[in-house]
Design a binder for this molecule. Sequence first.
Ligand code: F6P
Length: 358
Amino acid sequence: MKIAVNTGGGDAPGLNAVIRGIVLAAHQKGWEIYGIKYGYQGLIDTKQIVHLTPEYVWDITNIGGTILGSAIRGDPFRYPVKKPDGNVVETDISGMVVSNFNALGFDALIVIGGDGSLRIASKFMEKGIPVIGIPKTIDNDISATAITFGFDSAVNTATEAIDKLHTTAKSHDRVMVVEVMGRYTGWIALHSGVSGSADVILIPEIPFDIEKVCNKIKQLEFIGQNYAIVVAAEGAMPVGGKVTVIEERPGGEVRLGGIGKKVADEIEDRTGKETRVIVLGHLQRGGAPTTFDRLLSLRFGTAAIRFIEAGMFGTMVALHPPDICAVPIEEAIGQMKSVPLDSDIIQTARSLGISFGD
Ligand code: F6P
């Protein structure tokens, strides 16, 4: 077997561990793995393909990022092509990817990516490329798997940051608003907020009322806590409001961010308390994966090889605790996985007195 692998979308701690799992498991079967650089780009410009031998991946389990590089744009079904008149037109060049894949003699493609990359993978499956998906995102918003690798590491980074902010908040009687990633879901905010002893957690799944947020801060003052920690997911929004966007990208895609500043300004105005905002940003995607993420990544990577051996194409590797199983890719991309409002962690937070601003 000659198998291609690529990594797409935002990087996440654990990507390299998945690649290592794939390469070593394949090597045991006498199969060869080739890394496609920069998402699907390496199947368009085939000079960007690298033979991944065991030596290549020997010591990369604990290294963040991806040795293959990643691409957020460059969907071959909507590829930006410069026309002779200088205009850039989105063009379907997926046929070229399929013929390059076949010409190079590949038998299967493993796509390690988030929702966007898995959607593209599913379209290539329809065009005849045998595909296996591996879910990746720090946001944990992919359906059909309990957890994606990268999430635990991002939560760890955010929790550590919140821990550190407690001391300044307390020393200066300040409100600290910490904006974390997560796109349209509040997984990172919820898990890090509860673990980091936040007083208020704002998530997209529960639109907030700023008055209630401020009431919580005033109540804390009443009982002698003159500071507060507010964790805001980047996708959090007020009741009846919309998400806050930093940048609109071509094709209608948006870059989220800025809700932390808005919330901080409102808190300062309404409570008179000195308030600061900290945006954790891409720190959450960097660094070494946690032990949990390393293990999950190695399990995902090696399972992909077992699923190829069993001919289970069109599926995605998923964690259904305690097992790793294969689910149809369609199940994963059909729907975003939001935080269930009746989940135990939401109930835990409420029992701890944490406010969601509702
Ligand atoms: O999906 C991962 C993620 O880090 C989101 O949490 C965030 O909204 C987005 O990617 C940021 O993307 P970029 O790296 O393009 O700024």
